[in-house]
Ligand binder design. Structure first.
Ligand code: HEC
Ligand code: HEC
Length: 342
């Protein structure tokens, strides 16, 4: 009798200890904790793009396929039609971290980072951390899409739909497809380590008060480590295309842009009927038109993009100041010139 009581109490102790431990793990913020979970624990309200679990057939795997291949399996069997005949989301957006530091939108820092990490250098902002942003199509995109942008400014679902239709020149996503893409984007949420929190910073965060009331200070501190929206400013081609922007180009850097950006879409006509490669004739053609007022002028297409005819054909999105600097444009020109043998 006595020994069984003894055993029973040991078992209870083990169980109790286990419970306490589980509880501990739940509340301890570590480098892998998703940022929204941390914000919520300090009393922040959820964003309006929380997944809607009531939509049947939506899941992150389907979303991932839509983003990468533009096609997935329908919940009731069979395959969807292609979302777009021209593009997939990853034609223009990375799905990985693309900036060495989340507060820095300098395109040169990004170019070096993506080239070290085997990623392309693109016009769209990475979808990594999109769920952590609360403002979309910022600044000058209003000039391009006008009223269409108003609905998307603070609504990630609307932003995805706008991009599916206008950027991809494709069809609208069905409810379950949209919800799937959103669920996939939630798998690309920032973790505390992405914000640059060290172990000692995390210790401090863990000591900040979590109670019944909102801890504004903790929320502000965490949100100050990343941008709530990607800035976007349109720039013009140089005043005089012959003299170009007032920078001396570095062909080595231009090579990176050509290979990680231009070829991403133009090599073997992957997303465009206009072919680019490493042949001298190709560079000669680009060089000849670079400074001109023609449809093949890189100044022209990179700064203004080409115009989409809705649903009809592919177009080229422009590079904002945050996606290619004037210096980088001159670097590209220097590389094109060098390869053309001039
Ligand atoms: C042809 C290029 C292109 C394609 C294809 C494309 N996008 Fe975009 N997308 C852009 C550009 C350019 C922007 C402008 C804002 C930015 O990303 O900085 C944008 C903006 C967005 C935004 C808002 C980002 C922000 O922070 O402002 C989301 C979300 C988005 N796209 C999702 C998608 C999804 C999902 C798909 C696939 C269904 C897709 N896009 C396909 C080019 C494209
Ligand atoms: C996101 C994909 C994408 C990227 C990146 C891209 N382009 Fe384009 N580009 C296109 C598409 C699509 C067109 C539309 C032409 C077509 O397919 O008919 C186009 C058009 C052009 C044209 C005009 C061709 C014509 O027939 O009028 C030139 C020149 C051009 N691109 C050069 C470049 C250069 C140089 C770069 C790198 C700085 C670049 N592109 C990056 C997709 C892209």
């Amino acid at each position: 009798m006595k020994t069984s009581y003894y055993f029973l109490s040991i078992i209870m102790l083990v169980v109790l200890f286990g419970l306490v431990n589980i509880d501990d793990e739940k509340t301890t913020i570590n480098s892998e904790t998703p940022v929204w979970e941390v914000l919520r624990s300090f009393g922040a309200e959820n964003p309006n793009h929380m997944p809607d679990k009531t939509i049947e057939g939506a899941n992150a795997e389907r979303g991932e396929q839509l983003v990468k291949y533009g096609i997935t399996s329908k919940p009731k069997g069979g395959k969807t039609s292609k979302q777009s005949n021209h593009f997939v989301c990853t034609s223009c957006h990375n799905i990985e971290k693309e900036d060495p530091h989340l507060l820095n939108t300098d395109p040169q820092a990004r170019l070096e980072y993506v080239s070290q990490n085997g990623l392309p250098f693109l016009q769209g902002t990475t979808l990594f951390g999109a769920v952590n942003r609360t403002s979309f199509y910022n600044d000058d995109y209003e000039k391009k899409y006008g009223d269409l942008v108003h609905a998307t400014r603070n609504d990630l679902r609307e932003a995805i739909q706008l991009c599916a239709i206008e950027c991809s020149q494709g069809r609208k996503l069905k409810d379950w497809e949209l919800e799937s893409v959103l669920q996939y984007l939630w798998t690309l949420e920032y973790k505390m380590s992405d914000l640059g929190f060290s172990e000692s910073d995390l210790k401090k965060v863990n000591q900040m008060e979590k109670g019944a009331t909102k801890n504004e200070e903790a929320i502000r501190m965490i949100q100050s480590k990343y941008l709530e929206g990607a800035p976007a400013h349109f720039v013009k081609p140089p005043e005089d295309r012959k003299t170009g922007y007032a920078y001396t180009g570095d062909p080595e850097n231009g090579k990176l842009i050509y290979e990680l950006s231009c070829l991403h879409c133009h090599e073997q006509e992957i997303y465009s009927a206009f072919n680019l490669d490493n042949a001298t004739a190709t560079f000669k053609h680009l060089e000849k038109h670079f400074n001109r007022y023609t449809r093949y002028s890189v100044y022209q297409v990179a700064r203004y993009g080409t115009s989409p005819l809705p649903g009809k054909r592919a177009y080229m999105p422009q590079y904002t100041k945050e996606k290619m600097s004037d210096q980088q444009m001159e670097d590209l020109k220097a590389y094109v010139k060098q390869q053309a043998g001039r």
